[in-house]
Ligand binder design. Structure first.
Ligand SMILES: *Cc1c(COP(=O)(O)O)cnc(C)c1O
Length: 392
């Protein structure tokens, strides 16, 4: 189970970097991607399927070299639930710490430790902080997180409970990110693990795509709909499919990738619709789907290339529509989505109404987190009965 990792490569200018030391962005300011010698991968999909469950089953396609550095809390191998009508939900809310951020933190923290990092820092809308705190602790790292005051409270408590230095910021994620950048520049030995500012988080999130391919019997879905904030998950799933096609494991239609965003914070949708090659910062981000409140995603150009290059699209969804679709899905199928997952599922409804999604399409929707992170968005039962009353 040796990693086939060879080097890092800039997503924009293609400059190569040596993989076995810590790197943040390329000198040109854009994110680095991990490259592998896929021709040297000798393992077969059947062998991977027979391994112990979890994302380290895919070790050859992941960047950690020494098995002793691979930390786990039981992440990955989440179900792909059938909602009928060709729509399937990958339920990432079942991961440790309650979101798919567990995947990025498992691989990111493992690789940071392998390369000698001692102290990592990141801004977070909540879930990434909870995940990095837990996985960082497991990897023996010190973790500092900067969380906007409006982020779901339970995620801050989780980060604190698992030992992260947790700073609550009167601002948004961009403000928290600037504070982290300042601290990392000033303090010896701190390593910035912000979204896309190091190359390994996306490799962890890539495992969502590896699992989707395997769960669909190695036939690619027609459409993947992803609730997009920073867009790491979308970049990761697209990278997974590209690597699996190169390996010859994945066949089927070219997948159209769709970025679903909240109408109250939709920089990717706006750039897509105006034909721009990069995103403009969204002025006043506001949405119940807190995990996708990212006004200025660093991976904007990469995301737009994936959407356009795959024949995909981008869709904005109103909060009220997302929550109505969530209620309907919960009542019909017993599947309770996070607000972010609801944004993605509602985007499918929108695209179906436009005939962009057709009845023969197989569509995978990512439910990126647990609905329990934001209990205030769920209904509460009314009234209080005495034990002598009859049940309604
Ligand atoms: C972080 C997060 C997202 C957005 O993730 P990106 O891959 O950075 O776009 C979506 N949903 C939830 C629940 C999240 O925590």
């Amino acid at each position: 189970m040796d990693s086939a990792l060879t080097h890092l490569e800039c997503s924009a200018c293609g400059t190569r970097y040596e993989a076995d030391r810590l790197h943040n962005l390329c000198r040109c300011g854009h994110p680095l991607l991990v490259r592998y010698d896929l021709g040297a991968v000798a393992v077969r999909p059947e062998e991977i399927a027979a391994r112990r469950p979890g994302l380290w089953r895919w070790a050859e396609l992941l960047p950690v070299r020494d098995p002793a550095h691979r930390v786990t809390l039981g992440e990955g191998d989440t179900p792909l639930l059938d909602l009928g009508g060709g729509v399937l939900v990958k339920d990432e809310g079942l991961n440790p710490t309650g979101s798919f951020k567990a995947r990025g933190a498992a691989v990111g923290a493992s690789r940071a430790r392998e390369l000698g990092a001692r102290h990592v820092a990141l801004p977070t809308n909540g879930n990434a902080g909870a995940a990095w705190s837990a996985y960082g602790r497991r990897a023996g790292l010190t973790v500092t997180v900067a969380v906007p005051a409006g982020a779901p409270a339970v995620t801050r408590s989780e980060a604190l409970a698992t030992g992260a230095d947790t700073a609550v910021v009167a601002g948004l994620i961009g403000d928290a990110g600037a504070m982290v950048a300042r601290a990392v520049a000033a303090r010896e030995g701190w390593f910035d693990v912000s979204t896309l500012k190091e190359p390994y988080r996306v490799e962890g999130k890539k495992t969502m795509g590896l699992e989707i391919a395997e769960q669909l019997g190695w036939r690619a879905p027609d459409v993947v709909v992803y609730p997009t904030g920073g867009g790491v998950g979308l970049i990761g799933i697209a990278k997974a499919f590209a690597e699996l096609r190169e390996l010859g494991w994945l066949t089927g239609p070219p997948t159209r990738f769709v970025a679903a965003q909240s109408a109250g914070c939709a920089p990717v949708v706006r750039a897509y619709e105006t034909g721009a090659e990069t995103t403009e910062p969204w002025p006043d981000p506001r949405t119940v789907a807190y995990g996708i409140t990212v006004a200025a995603p660093l991976g904007g150009p990469q995301l737009l290339r994936i959407l356009r290059g795959s024949g995909g699209t981008a869709v904005a969804v109103e909060d009220a529509d997302a929550l109505a679709t969530r209620a309907e899905c919960a009542a019909t199928d017993g599947v309770l989505l996070s607000p972010e997952g609801a944004v993605a599922l509602h985007a499918v409804r929108t695209l179906t109404a436009r005939d962009w999604v057709t009845p023969t399409d197989r569509v995978v929707v990512l439910n990126t987190g647990s609905p329990l992170v934001q209990p205030e968005t769920l209904p509460s039962p009314a009234g209080l009965l005495s034990p002598a009353d009859d049940l309604p």
